[in-house]
Design a protein around this ligand. Structure first.
Ligand code: 5GP
Length: 191
């Protein structure tokens, strides 16, 4: 998605530890028009699927899930990062190690909001090693819903997550895939 790639080139900041900072438009301050366009692009890619729910993980996936869910005219649902060990039985849950902090969270989704009748599109801001997506995929599996695929804003193609999840036969559509990034710049995979 050229609009997103251009914005990453203009405002993204490459940090050490393979981190790309996009705080000024994607996951701290939010460019709502760009979010709208990302939502439309995800709809264009997945519109032939009977999506009933867009699922993400808090917090930075929420805005993108809302933008996509608006296009599909379905609810957005986000997995909560549970900070207590006290999980009641009415939730699906999975353990996720955070790429940015290294902390492992239990993510939870209420059983009220996901079930076998659902067709789920998973959305997130970044795909790095794939732990966040794996956790969300596990929650979809627990619910016996059908997973339609995953829509990602920025995939770091030099990390293992995208390959690992596609090898499971899951459709992953990333709007910008970075093949290389360092102090000299950012190289996108041609799409
Ligand atoms: P994964 O679980 O695929 O390793 O990492 C995905 C999650 O880590 C995303 O939800 C995102 O919040 C965070 N993340 C991974 N890489 C980056 C990065 O380069 N920059 C930022 N800002 N967040 C990242």
């Amino acid at each position: 998605m050229k609009l997103l790639e251009d914005r990453i080139l203009r405002d993204g900041v490459v940090k050490g530890g393979n981190i790309l900072k996009v705080d000024s438009f994607l996951n701290h301050q939010i460019d709502v028009r760009l979010y709208d366009e990302i939502g439309k692009e995800l709809y264009r890619l997945f519109k032939d699927e009977p999506v009933t729910k867009v699922l993400t993980i808090e917090s930075s996936g929420i805005g993108l899930a809302v933008a996509a869910a608006r296009e599909f005219d379905v609810p957005a649902l986000f997995a909560k990062k549970n900070r207590t060990k006290n999980i009641d039985g009415e939730v699906y849950s999975s353990a996720v190690e955070s790429f940015t902090t290294g902390i492992t969270y239990t993510i939870i989704v209420s059983k009220h909001f996901l079930g076998p009748q659902d067709h789920v599109l998973i959305v997130d801001d970044f795909l790095a090693n794939g732990n966040a997506l794996l956790g969300l995929i596990e929650i979809v599996e627990q619910s016996h819903a059908k997973l339609v695929g995953c829509g990602i804003a920025i995939e770091k193609g030099f990390q293992s997550g995208g390959k690992m999840i596609r090898e499971k036969g899951i459709r992953v559509e990333s709007l910008a895939i970075i093949d290389k990034m360092d102090e000299n710049g950012i190289v996108f995979r041609p799409q």
